[in-house]
Design a protein around this ligand. Sequence first.
Ligand SMILES: Nc1ncnc2c1ncn2[C@@H]1O[C@H](COP(=O)(O)OP(=O)(O)O)[C@@H](O)[C@H]1O
Ligand SMILES: [Mg+2]
Length: 408
Amino acid sequence: MDYKFGGKYLLEQEIANGGCGTVFLGTHHIAGKQVAIKLEPATEGRKSVRRSKSQPELHTKTKKQTIDPYPGLSPLTLESQIYKRLMGAPGVPFLLHSGKQGPYNVLVMDLLGPSLEDLSRRCGRRFSLKTTCMLAVQCLDRLEYIHSRGVLHRDIKPANFVMSRTTPSIVNIIDFGLAKRYRQPLNGEHIPYSQHPDALHGVGTSLYASLNTHFGVESGRRDDLESLAYMLIGFVRGGLPWRKVRATVDPPPNWPSKDWNPITQTWNLIREEKVKAESALLSTSSKDRKQHTHGPTSSSNPTTLLTGLPEEFGVLYRYARTLQFTDLPDYEGLRQLFRGLAEREGFLDADGEYDGVWDWDTVDGKPSLAPGPVAIVHGQGRFCEACNKRAAEAAGVGSLGKRRKEWV
Ligand SMILES: Nc1ncnc2c1ncn2[C@@H]1O[C@H](COP(=O)(O)OP(=O)(O)O)[C@@H](O)[C@H]1O
Ligand SMILES: [Mg+2]
């Protein structure tokens, strides 16, 4: 049976299955234009809307939703509102349709190409310095724009930056399911500083979350920037030191199983790694100052984050870490920083332009920018209160302890 959303977009194969929803390829029923269709299970109050067997299955295993960080709004509904606020600018896809249809909330948008997560995998999980510098400038542009519209992304990571298909050199920012307005709508005031009373971590993806998010501090612009720093550092390093850190699904012996939450435990383990990495950095930089050494140093310390990387990455990271909660980041200064690096490394031509060749253009021949086989994205340590609660309820447990491993 054909599924037609918004009266005109036909559902085709699944493209990706992320933390909060499932993304499908779709086509306009007359024009044939290809689109992306993101679906999540719809809920009515505490009851989920029944799906018949012949309707497409989503992977969120949701039965009902009882918690929502934005009361009354599902993550996809919130996401469509944010797209309405942001679309039209370069690097933000157009929202073509959104609403509730049968058992689904649906969002139809421009179809884009592969994500930086897909592309980094194709390139052996590492990007060259040139590709990373080119990405840095565009990603800073995207952050500056969404922040200028009063929006924090709160889940900055490679899977949420996607290349265009039509103009393949454009990096798009997507996935506003965890986004938040940081200005009061009436007076434009910055939201107040707060910290979770139990220092429970905030939302986002543990691999890329800022340290303040790990400590339960309300997010600001600085946190998107810190996540971007982790992302870029991960590209040139070939991964982050805590990439494989993950709590076991089952609690250790003698641990009361009702108190064991593998998601929180993984966040805690990664937080410890980030804290260690930061103290290693501080001690390395004071040693460097004493010895007046500037070149890369080698270290076998697995928590060393910036070893061997150009100093610009350290500047970005330290800058993000020193910003105050309400500070406006100096996006242009940071773009200049990466332009300076590109210039020094000889990546720019006589007109100060890049050659426009990305790493993936030369790997295994030029990859198609059409969506490839289904990219199973899963949660990647993503924490969304609404999705987690829904998955826990679907698993029939009161705590989050029995969650599927992929969600951790
Ligand atoms: N408009 C789009 N065009 C092509 N692929 C997309 C599009 N939107 C999302 N995707 C793919 O689907 C993945 C998951 O989408 P995303 O919106 O991030 O969902 P989630 O909230 O589940 O993380 C992305 O990482 C990307 O690979
Ligand atoms: Mg995503």
